[in-house]
Design a protein around this ligand. Structure first.
Ligand code: HEM
Length: 361
């Protein structure tokens, strides 16, 4: 028994040393060590509770307004260099079918400024995933906003912000921003965001992700020639996208930025933009959204039953940093709550879950 407990201790030391070695050899992951932090776990539980309270019945608590969920193809760059052939990018030239949900972060009226979301779900992705409850799911999500940085440093600050928001009953939590002027500056830049067409905006992950042994951020840049005035009606973004996709394809390049300096490109703080001078964007895939009719009631309803989370992921692309760690429990809890209210099972889609209405040339 004594030998057993001593050998157990030895084993623990050996495992800790091995983990330590892995963390030391990887600057990005070394900063992710607070994953074992108890305070953070308590903070996340608090955010989950507030999220569930603030969530409108049957709907998402954030990004409530979906403009539509479109069918897409995500093709890994055929000439991808050897060192970038990681996770879903392992096989150059491979095409994954995908759903993309476009959303407003906060506002319900499109004429009002604010952030927009682009959430991509690849299907047919083989390999065990990081979420224990969905490890056999065949999906990989890439969740993005049309701004390069998030406005909160970490889970702890988010809990403070969210508590203030709940107390302010939907109004801007002035007290929080009085104490956090740089965050207010970022939020003010969101309030300058007016877009004419969701297919013409650039989107960023804002938070970092694992890319094998390094850390990356990712981005989608539109490559179709799309102009477009800012509209004047509350749902113009959906109408403009529907009109555009009825007539032509839309395309994006999907790019990654690799962390080259752990100080200047922190993993734990998504308010810091990774400067493209130090971490240039590298194209790893092309997104093609073919001509289609997506704005049918059936497809809209389907999109609202989907669950996007950065944690629908292969281990090679596991989310990193405090905000992403918080998102793990939050997205699962809020998705579960709205699915229970809708009386629909939480289930990752297969490529044949819904047939898109594609318009061939
Ligand atoms: C602690 C910080 C955050 C919290 C509490 C939070 C919370 C949420 C929640 C509750 C949802 C709805 C989930 C569902 O019901 O399925 C959501 C969706 C979303 N979030 Fe976050 N989020 C956070 C950070 C971020 C960041 C950093 C990004 C940057 C990319 C982001 C982008 C999005 C997008 C695009 C969606 C919509 C996904 C969809 O279309 O279903 N969020 N968020």
């Amino acid at each position: 028994m004594q030998w057993f407990s001593r050998s157990q201790t030895l084993l623990k030391v050996l495992i800790a040393t091995l983990i330590g070695l892995i963390l030391i050899t990887s600057p990005a992951l070394a900063q992710d060590s607070s994953i074992f932090n108890l305070n953070e776990a308590t903070t996340i539980t608090k955010i989950v509770e507030i999220s569930k309270q603030l969530q409108p019945p049957k709907l998402r608590g954030q990004h409530t307004k979906g403009h539509g969920t479109v069918w897409a193809e995500f093709t890994v760059a055929p000439d991808l260099p050897e060192d970038l052939r990681v996770g879903v990018f392992k096989q150059p030239g491979k095409t994954y079918p995908a759903w993309i949900r476009f959303s407003n972060a906060l506002v319900m009226d499109d004429t009002k400024p604010g952030l927009h979301g682009m959430a991509i779900k690849l299907m047919g992705v083989e390999g065990e995933k990081v979420l224990a409850s969905e490890k056999n799911a065949q999906t990989q999500d890439f969740v993005m906003l049309d701004h390069p940085v998030f406005f909160i440093h970490n889970a702890e600050d988010f809990a403070e912000f969210f508590t203030a928001l709940a107390e302010a009953r939907g109004q801007v939590p002035q007290e929080f921003f009085k104490k956090h002027p740089p965050e207010l500056e970022i939020v003010q830049s969101f309030q300058q965001k007016y877009i004419g067409n969701l297919l013409a905006a650039q989107y960023w992950s804002t938070t970092p992700y694992r890319f094998s042994n390094t850390a990356i951020k990712f981005s989608a840049i539109p490559t179709s020639q799309i102009g477009g005035e800012v509209g004047a009606t509350p749902n113009y973004l959906r109408a403009v996208m529907a009109d555009y996709l009825r007539n032509q394809d839309a395309t994006f390049d999907f790019l990654i930025q690799q962390q080259t300096d752990a100080e200047k490109m922190p993993v734990e703080d998504p308010t810091v933009e990774w400067d493209e001078q130090n971490a240039p964007m590298q194209k790893v895939a092309t997104i093609r959204i073919p001509r289609q009719i997506f704005d049918t009631p059936e497809q809209f309803a389907f999109g609202e039953t989907l669950s996007f989370t950065p944690w629908h992921s292969l281990p090679e692309h596991q989310p990193l940093g405090s905000i992403n760690r918080a998102r793990k429990a939050i997205y699962q809890a809020t998705s579960k709550q709205r699915h229970q209210e809708m009386d629909v099972a939480v289930k990752e889609p297969m490529p044949n879950s819904l047939t898109p209405y594609l318009l061939n040339p």
